[in-house]
Design a protein around this ligand. Structure first.
Ligand code: S3P
Length: 429
């Protein structure tokens, strides 16, 4: 395992960055390109490890996918074009790949086996396997289908009326993808509104999906037609530089082409609430996924409470919000976020443990954390624990530490942001 030394930055961060493609939308572009009829071209695809796992799984299902300079070309033949794989489908570290793929495979009349890395082996799958079984898929796996390895034999599906017990876009999307193959109309009621990239993509591919508040309806048997997809930049990646710009003295950063889908912009709302010096320009709200540019400058911040319906709209940004809160005046409370325990790591534990090592005053609670702000951070030896977002949060923390930070397992960052360190270094003066 690699160990890298990160030095504090002596000057402010200055310059601009083109934010790499959105991970959630990149996954879905491969999936929809594969189940639609015709040739889908994807531009600004994120070549992160997670999205490469999705490509590899769909190739094993018989889909021709070419990778080129601009992105991808996918030759889709409809749901019926998918073929029984003769190898294991390995999803690597990617929860989105396995959960959405299960939704697709639930309606396919063949057998598949799915595996992933050590972290995937600890993540709960009953949240998708149980409703998919109710629809008619035959699923087995370790601990009765709670954990990988999993096997699935799909086929004829009945629609369901499902009240989701967790706020999860992955579960919602898996059920929508199964619903597209069911005989009749599927209804899903969300616990809180989560990212709606799947719904937007169905419409982009010529299909229909109903939305009435937290109620989503989708009819089975729809034909999806290939469409060209321009993937906007990932606000979850931009978040690391939004926080870096806010907490490093003397900074001004322009983040270009940031996805601004309202189901993802919780971080902007919270940063505004905390008093961040942030400005949005050129927001193109008419595109199928809105995007714009953001300028962030060093900010005087105050603590806040992060809770309730905003949580699913910033769930992946909580580690970096925790770092931001260490530099705000007063206390920040994060609650209603127990989903953090089942991410790539238990992110309540890993955030609290690693930031404590750097001198932060932070406590874990049952459903979040409490951060006492205004603390100067020192250096130390920390680890990503194989979690990309923990790795990037610690690298941003190192910019304001008094001494050197040694970061163990920085390789994990390539899951969502292979160019992260190049971009960070380009802002140092
Ligand atoms: C994602 C949904 C979220 C998020 C993950 C990506 C998606 O997970 O944390 O990084 O692409 O649908 P949950 O559905 O488990 O909340």
């Amino acid at each position: 395992m690699e160990l890298i030394a990160l030095q504090p930055t002596l000057n402010g961060l200055k310059g601009s960055i083109e934010i790499p493609g959105d991970k959630s939308i990149s996954h879905r572009s491969v999936m929809f390109g594969s189940i639609a009829q015709g040739v889908t071209r994807v531009t600004n695809f994120l070549p992160g490890d997670d999205c490469l796992s999705t490509i590899s799984c769909f190739r094993k299902l018989g889909v021709v996918i070419e990778e080129n300079e601009e992105g991808l070309t996918i030759y889709g033949n409809g749901f019926e074009g998918l073929q029984e794989p003769n190898e294991l489908l390995d999803v690597g570290n990617s929860g989105t790949t396995i959960r959405l793929l299960l939704g697709i495979l639930a309606g396919r009349p063949f057998f598949s086996s799915l595996i992933g890395d050590q972290s995937i082996g600890k993540r709960p799958m009953t949240r998708v396997t149980e409703p998919l079984r109710t629809m008619g898929a035959k699923i087995d796996g370790r601990k009765n289908g709670e954990f990988t390895p999993l096997s699935i034999r799909g086929g004829k599906l009945n629609p369901i009326n499902y009240n989701m017990p967790v706020a999860s876009a992955q579960v919602k999307s898996a059920l929508i993808l199964a619903g597209l193959q069911a005989e009749g109309e599927t209804t899903i009621i969300e616990k809180a509104e989560s990212r709606d990239h799947t719904e937007r993509m169905i419409r982009k591919f010529g299909g229909e999906v109903g939305k009435d508040n937290r109620k989503i309806t989708v009819k089975g048997g729809q034909k999806l037609i290939a469409s060209d997809i321009l993937v906007p930049g990932d606000i979850s990646s931009a978040a690391f530089f939004l926080v870096a710009g806010a907490i490093v003295e003397g900074s001004e950063i322009l983040l270009k082409n940031v996805g601004l889908n309202p189901t993802r912009t919780g971080i902007i709302e919270i940063m505004n609430q905390m008093g961040a010096n942030l400005e949005i320009h050129n927001n193109d709200e008419n595109s199928f996924e809105p995007a714009g540019d953001i300028t962030i400058k060093t900010s005087r911040l105050r603590g806040t409470v992060v809770e309730g319906d905003v949580i699913p709209r910033l769930i992946d940004e909580i580690p970096i919000i925790a770092l931001l809160a260490t530099q705000a005046e007063g206390t920040t409370i994060i609650k209603d976020a127990s989903e953090l325990k089942v991410k790539e790591t238990n992110r309540i534990d890993t955030v609290v443990r690693e930031l404590t090592k750097l001198g932060a005053s932070i406590e874990a609670t049952d459903d979040g954390m409490i951060i006492h702000g205004g603390t100067a951070l020192r250096g130390g030896k920390v680890s990503s624990h194989g979690d990309h977002r923990i790795g990037m949060m610690l690298a941003i923390a190192s910019l304001i530490c008094k001494d050197q930070v040694e970061l163990e397992d920085p390789e994990a960052i390539s899951v969502s942001y292979p160019n992260f360190f190049n971009h960070l270094n380009s802002l140092k003066n």
